[in-house]
Structure formats: structure tokens, C-alpha cells
Design a protein around this ligand. Structure first.
Ligand code: ZN
Length: 478
């Protein structure tokens, strides 16, 4: 049984768009998720260029299950990841948290596997397993020696259709997810504030709801809710399998046919989600919390996603986020930390890997003795200068080089490759889109970056948040 008693905070520090990752994730997985949120395209594509082993192979079973193989023959291990095209943004109104709740309940047994045994069996096979839930997908994975792959495939296929749930196992697990919410969010003012910012950014679209769920709604989730979500969304034609490791498609295909091929297609539910109304006014939030030690400032701009670029230019936005706030040579870092030191941190990121909307984030924290108001003024000056003068050709070239260099970190991890491919496929894009990324990014010009900057940096497109220490915060006199 998974140990949910000592949860770690899965949230990426400055981003609210992170999945709920179960606590027994290995560090490398957390790293992969952090990477994937911001850098998935550049990492995977540059890795595909740099390393000859990243040659994805793909096939689809007759029941609709898509299979992607990422051969990596450096060690006789495989990572088996089953992805469902359903996440928290597909939940029914009033049932927030049910996607993540069901993820927990998928470990509660079938006719063949007793409740709580799934992970123990994987451990006895010498492997590791876990699961995670995000807005657009729910994922289960195991990492095992190659010769144990058939067993985990059999178990994963079994629980796709044969899950058994009763109040006896469901209701105690509801206490577990409530405690998880407590530990990840309610006890963490930065996470609580991120929830508020996301809720303010999305008036109608369900990206404004936390993946873990709103507490009041979580408390009312039932066995029937979980079964309804399971029956609607879990089936071979609403899933895809990614297997990375010491295997190729020719070897995997008969196994996939044997274990998954016999499952009847299910009918793919349409992913109908409310759209955002046009944002007409800049939104501002301020929160004070006695548990906050240092003030911080952040801003979210509603952005296009790679899947739905609309009038936006996601590739150019990626380059722009690197120029503005991607590391020590970025505009924010140089201006706010080196030249005129008013901040202890300053960065930008673009999260464009999403089925519907992306977000462009800025975040910074003032130096001691400096106010958030001064920090915000300085940031506005930097943005105004970019709007007026644009970026330089040198900055664009350097950003592209840095983006490719970052990819070096991903290519050594079989797990992060599987994670990144899965994440991109979950959000409406294809293996070919991933492979074509370097060519696309090479076409980005300073003119496109400037146009993307003007498109995204519209005040009426933004939510600005300030998180402040309270009167009783550590370091404050009470
Ligand atoms: Zn959980």
C-alpha cells in the first residue's frame, strides 16, 4: 500500500499548473515533471537530435489503444506508463478532485488483485510504481526489469476494466486525499495563494480548479462518483501506452496485443470544456498569511497553448520566456538581481503544454528592506522597454542555444523521456510534432518574439498576486 502519510509538496515553486504527484515518487520523477511543465518541447526534441537512441516507434491496436515505444538499450529495464486522456479539467462541476481520487482508488483491487496489493506485487518484482493526475491526463507507471514487463502489463490491463470499489475501501481513502490536500495545500500559504491566482485567471474554464479538488467538494465524493468517472473515461481507446527502455516495437507489439488487445473499446467521451470569456480587466490579488516569511510577487497572463495557438505564437513565446526570465543571462535576472539589485529571485516561464489554454508566468521576490511595490515598478519598466525597443537578434540566438543545451539534462533519463512524450501526447499533439520542434524553433525570428511579447504582455490579460507575511509571521513583532 502506498504510504500517503508523509506527503511531500508536489507543487513546483512558482507554478500552479503542476500535477498531483504521489509522494513515493523518486526524485528523478519530480525533476522530470518540473522539467516537463516548462521545457518539454525543447528537451525532448533536442534530445531526439542529440542522441541516436531516441527513435520513437508507434502503433495502434485495433481497440484504439495507441502505443509509443522509446527504445533505450543501455540497461535491461523498462518504464511502462499508461496514460488516460482524462484529468481534473474533465470533472463534472461540483466533483472537483474525483480524477485524483480515482487515481488512488485504482490501487484498491480487482477480482485478481486484492486491495492494496498492486504496489506490493510490483515491489516484489523488484520494481517501483506510482501514479499522477493533472488537468489533462491521469497516468500510472511501473519501472521494472525487462523480464517482468509482461506481469505489470497484465496487472495494468486488468485494472483498466476490472476495478472493484466498495464503500469499505473508498471512504477511508477519501480521508487520505483530504489529508493530502491538508499537507500539500492548506498547510502551505504559497500553494493556497496559487490556487487563488488560478481561480482568478480562469473564470469559467476548469483549469481554475485545483487538481486535488476544493475541500468542500472532496468531502462529498462517493463510491458512485468514482465509479461513474471510471466507467466514463477508462478504456483502451481513451488511453495510450508509453514504454521506454530495453525493448522495441517488434518485441512489444505481441505483448501489447496479448494483454491490452482483448479489451473492448469503450467509446471516447468528448472533451467538452467551457471556454474563457474575453478578459477585459487586469486582476489583482493580495493575500496575507502569518505563515509567510518573505513577501513575493507573481503574475500570470492567459496564453495560447501549443494545441490551440489561436492568434498566439507558442514557439516564439517559448523563446521570449527564455529571454525575459530563463536564467542568469535573462533580462529579469540581469536587471533585478545584478544591475539594480532589488530582488532575490526573478524569472519567467511559459507553460504551453496544455489541451486548452497556456499561461505565461512572471515571479520575483524583493530583497530584504525592499518593498514589493518598488519591485513591481522595476518589473514594469523592464516590460515597457521590451515593448518599446524589442529584443535583440543576439538574445534570440542565445535563447535558442540555451534551450537546446537544456535538453542535455533530459536525455539521460528514460523516465523523463516517457514522461515528456506522454505529457505532450496528452495535450493533443503528436510524436511527429515533438520531432519537428527543433526545425520549428529555428525559424523563430526577433520579429516573431517581439510580436509574441506584445501579444502576451497585455495588462488586461493578467492576474497579479502579492503574498505578504502577517503580523505574527516569523521575524515580525507580534
Ligand atoms: Zn494523491
Amino acid at each position: 500500500m502506498r504510504d500517503d502519510s508523509k506527503l511531500v509538496v508536489g507543487n513546483v515553486k512558482y507554478s500552479s499548473r503542476s500535477p498531483v504527484v504521489e509522494m513515493n515518487f523518486k526524485k528523478i520523477w519530480l525533476a522530470a515533471l518540473v522539467i516537463s511543465a516548462c521545457l518539454a518541447w525543447q528537451l525532448i526534441s533536442a534530445a531526439a537530435q542529440a542522441r541516436p537512441w531516441v527513435h520513437p516507434e508507434s502503433f495502434t491496436l485495433s481497440n484504439g489503444l495507441q502505443v509509443v515505444v522509446l527504445p533505450d538499450h543501455r540497461a535491461p529495464v523498462v518504464t511502462h506508463m499508461l496514460w488516460y486522456r482524462v484529468g481534473s479539467a474533465d470533472e463534472m462541476p461540483g466533483k472537483s478532485g474525483i480524477a485524483h481520487f480515482l487515481e488512488h482508488l485504482m490501487f484498491k483491487g480487482t477480482g485478481k488483485i486484492p486491495p492494496g496489493e498492486f504496489s506490493k506485487i510490483v515491489a516484489r518484482l523488484g520494481g517501483q510504481d506510482n501514479a499522477f493526475t493533472s488537468y489533462d491526463f491521469t497516468t500510472y507507471f511501473q519501472r521494472v526489469a525487462l523480464d517482468k514487463l509482461p506481469q505489470v502489463m497484465e496487472m495494468e490491463a486488468d485494472r483498466m476494466v476490472n476495478l472493484r470499489l466498495t464503500d469499505k475501501v473508498v471512504l477511508p481513502e477519501r480521508d487520505v486525499i483530504l489529508e493530502e490536500r491538508n499537507s500539500r495545500t492548506d498547510n502551505n500559504p504559497a500553494a493556497l495563494f496559487s490556487e487563488q491566482i488560478e481561480a482568478a485567471q480562469f473564470l469559467s474554464h476548469p483549469y481554475g480548479r485545483p487538481v486535488i479538488g476544493w475541500r468542500r467538494e472532496m468531502e462529498t465524493l462517493t463510491t458512485q462518483d468514482a465509479l461513474a468517472h471510471y466507467r466514463k473515461h477508462y478504456g483502451p481507446d481513451n488511453a495510450y501506452l508509453i514504454v521506454a527502455g530495453d525493448i522495441d516495437a517488434a518485441t512489444l507489439r505481441p505483448l501489447a496485443e496479448k494483454y491490452y488487445g482483448g479489451l473492448a473499446p469503450h467509446g471516447i467521451p468528448e472533451r467538452v470544456r467551457p471556454q474563457e470569456p474575453p478578459q477585459l480587466a487586469a486582476r489583482r490579488l493580495e493575500m496575507t498569511d502569518d505563515r509567510v516569511v518573505e513577501p513575493s510577487w507573481q503574475r500570470s497572463y492567459l496564453a495560447p497553448s501549443h494545441n490551440k495557438p489561436g492568434e498566439g505564437d507558442p514557439d516564439a513565446l517559448q523563446v521570449f520566456s527564455q529571454i525575459l526570465g530563463g536564467g542568469a543571462s535573462s533580462r529579469l535576472y540581469r536587471n533585478l538581481i545584478i544591475d539594480k539589485p532589488v530582488a532575490t529571485s526573478a524569472a519567467a516561464s511559459y507553460e504551453g503544454i496544455a489541451l486548452d489554454y497556456g499561461q505565461f508566468y512572471l515571479h520575483a521576490a524583493p530583497r530584504k528592506g525592499q518593498t514589493v511595490a518598488v519591485l513591481e515598478q522595476e518589473i514594469e519598466k523592464i516590460l515597457a522597454q521590451i515593448m518599446k525597443d524589442g529584443v535583440t537578434a543576439e538574445e534570440v540566438d542565445r535563447a535558442k542555444r540555451q534551450m537546446v543545451a537544456s535538453a542535455v539534462y533530459a536525455q539521460d533519463s528514460q523516465e523523463s523521456m516517457a514522461q515528456i512524450f506522454g505529457n505532450v501526447l496528452a495535450t493533443g499533439r503528436s510524436v511527429d510534432d515533438i520531432i519537428a520542434w527543433p526545425d520549428r524553433i529555428q525559424t523563430v525570428t526577433p520579429e516573431r518574439v517581439n510580436a509574441a511579447a506584445k501579444f502576451i504582455l497585455r495588462p488586461e490579460n493578467s492576474v497579479t498576486g502579492i503574498l505578504l507575511p502577517g503580523k505574527k509571521s516569523p521575524g515580525k513583532k507580534s
